[in-house]
Design a binder for this molecule. Structure first.
Ligand SMILES: [Zn+2]
Ligand SMILES: [Zn+2]
Length: 349
């Protein structure tokens, strides 16, 4: 597309996407996303008039930097901010895993602004559909469950509302598909933090431990076994809970201790996929456990756990890790097309 035909809203979103891809925290990218959201609502004529008069910054969410970007786009020049991002913005994030990445059809773990993600469902879906590293056919929308209040976990009622919103979006996005889902907390006793009847309606259930990560190994093993044996569960999310780096670059978090062989064996027996969580601060499971899961013969899902559109590119990290640890391509469930994937998630329930 020539610069003169570029849409300022798309350019702002593109900048945000590239910043997210380059590991910028969501809050730092917010200015671009907020500006895009404001301008998407503005009639084209008013946008042009305000750019001409220099009054864009009177609008909520438009600052000096974003106003300059908009003006440059309307003037038909490449925004300096975009140019500054340069080649690094499109260079591969990691070496290895390219073949696997090309085989992936979707992503089974993503968040929207309904819980602790930074962007609306529609923007996450559009980004997944248009990914530069390999467009997806589907994403599972897996916002958090009620007990995770810090992440604005969805009550049953909000999740039901979300299902209606997803159904409407799917009408307009077809053939792309948003699969309904949840990242459901595994409670202390291994039960799941959502109404079973509602879980039954969802396409994809990712179950993860987010609390009491330091409980004794025997109790954690029981807890995880209970979850994995629950027929609603499709994917075991970030199994050790470790963080290589903490929030704001601080200290990380140690792995939870549990009997990995027993848990992975239960995953295999129950057809639950072990997640290869691609987030750079997680990369969970660690290599030695991922190798164990491969030896046991588990299924896997290479997921981003994206909380912003640009983070959907992070699947590259998980693919590199999967290749490094010899994960067979045929055992990765998100190489399946949407119909085959849904047959798998519907296997037991
Ligand atoms: Zn999680
Ligand atoms: Zn998550």
């Amino acid at each position: 597309m020539a610069a003169s035909e570029a849409d300022p809203v798309e350019v702002l979103r593109r900048i945000a996407f590239l910043l997210e891809r380059a590991h910028e925290p969501t809050y730092r990218v917010r200015a671009f996303r907020a500006a895009a959201a404001t301008l998407a609502q503005l009639p084209d004529a008013e946008l042009r008039l305000r750019a001409k008069r220099g009054t864009l910054t009177e609008l909520r969410g438009i600052g000096a930097v974003t106003a300059t970007v908009v003006t440059e786009v309307l003037d038909g020049v490449e925004p300096a901010y975009l140019a500054k991002l340069g080649d690094a913005a499109v260079a591969p994030l990691v070496r290895g895993g390219e073949k696997l990445r090309a085989l992936l059809r979707g992503d089974l773990h993503t968040h929207s602004d309904w819980s602790d993600g930074g962007s609306p469902i529609a923007e996450m879906a559009a980004a997944a559909r248009d990914l530069g590293s390999g467009a997806h056919d589907y994403i599972a929308l897996t916002d958090h469950s009620p007990r995770l209040t810090v992440a604005r976990g969805l009550t049953a009622s909000r999740l039901r509302d979300q299902l209606r919103v997803v159904a409407e979006l799917n009408d307009t996005l077809a053939p792309f598909r948003i699969l309904t889902g949840i990242e459901c907390d595994i409670l202390d006793d291994g039960s799941l933090d959502q109404d079973p009847a509602l879980l039954d309606q969802l396409d994809v259930v990712v179950a993860s431990v987010h609390s009491k990560l330091a409980m004794p190994s025997a109790a954690m093993t029981r807890r995880m076994l209970n979850a994995v044996r629950n027929p609603h569960v499709d994917v075991l999310g970030h199994c050790t809970g470790r963080l290589l780096v903490g929030r704001d670059g601080g200290k990380g978090r140690a792995e939870s201790r549990f009997d990995a062989e027993a848990v992975f064996l239960a995953c295999k027996e129950n057809g639950v996929a072990v997640e290869i969580n691609s987030r750079p601060e997680r990369l969970d499971p660690p290599r030695r456990l991922l190798t164990t899961a491969v030896e046991i013969g588990c299924l896997f899902a290479v997921d981003t756990d994206a909380h912003a559109p640009g983070q959907l590119e992070w699947q590259a990290y998980g693919c590199a890790r999967a290749e490094e640890c010899g994960v067979p391509t045929g055992s990765i469930v998100n190489t399946l097309d949407a119909d085959a994937l849904l047959s798998w998630t519907a296997r037991a329930s």
